[in-house]
Design a protein around this ligand. Sequence first.
Ligand code: PMP
Ligand code: GLN
Length: 389
Amino acid sequence: LNRRLAEFGTTIFAEMSALAVRTGAINLGQGFPDTDGPEEVREAAVRALRDGRGNQYPPGPGVPELRTAIAAHQRRWYGQLGLDPDPETEVLVTAGATEAITAALLALVEPGDEVIALEPYYDSYAAAIAMAGGTRVPVTLRPDAASGTFRLDLDELRDAVTDRTRLILLNTPHNPTGTVLSREELTAVAELCVERGLLAVTDEVYEHLVYEGEHLPLASFPGMRERTVTISSSGKTFSFTGWKVGWVTATPELVGAVRSAKQFMTYVSAGPFQYAVAEALALPDSYYTGLREDLRAQRDLLSRGLAEAGFGVFQAPGTYFVTTDIRPLGETSGIDFCLALPERCGVVAVPTQVFYDHQEAGAPFVRFAFCKRPQVLADAAVRLKGAAA
Ligand code: PMP
Ligand code: GLN
């Protein structure tokens, strides 16, 4: 393994899911739903397979039906904010958001360029920046008593920009903290990008999973349309994380750049699922609302259980995840805590520390996924309370 990748080892998600399987624990580590997405969307995939749509190499940028559906989705949810991508030139289908992120960084970063990322960051960001030969510059989200969640320190962000900064890699709603960046925070990010001539790559895979407040795409802020690569995915919105259908929207120039990298990574993404996701994107508003309401109830159930078990519990206005502080339990190391938890009470969680460069800043935090059936969450809560007692 070369030096660029050696520091990364195995992803924490595979490690913790393997631990869950080995110990038979309830897996609240890796973020994937334990119920599959809509039946009619699964049927659409079967139909595509049977009808021979997408069984041979689909077009490089994605099948036209899906590109059209992605553009229509942007218009439907963010058209009033000015987003209206051209399906021909401003949309690219990728193998999940993961490929989109890596392809964007490989396409846009020169060796030695600095990439600012919010810390804690989704683990593939660090590896993708390294593969692109970039240097990551983390800006730490800080626990904020007033909002009960994590916030971006705008002065810290400004101070992180240097003459070598190429782009800001943003993520809102934010994994792992569960925070949703505010209009004020996003305005500041946008102003900084414009002022310093930076690009932005924004990971918005949880765009529909917002329980309080609203999701605002970075590309909709003044001056950002022409400098932002927006990334999303069908995994979270439709509960098909195994399908790996993601996408990029941006100007033709930026989409072309990302496509240059993508064509040599996977060439194209798997065909039949693209047709099914095109149908999923057109589901009525009630689908999107229902998903959100279900997840909100699941979040509340788990958050309450964690609080009753003695954890410090942060608000999670978005995503699949609630972040906890284990210091009220008399613990200080999330890593030690998560390694012991399956034996102690049969639950798997993820230590947030692994998503930090400033390890000490993340040591006392542990992430729990609530994208699980209510009964599973209730069982987990009972186990956690038993362990704390
Ligand atoms: N970004 C974030 C913030 C995520 O949490 C995930 C995990 N699902 C991804 C990207 C990867 O998405 P995909 O499965 O579509 O590759
Ligand atoms: N996004 C999911 C999480 O944060 C996991 C994705 C993965 O396993 N790479 O848990």
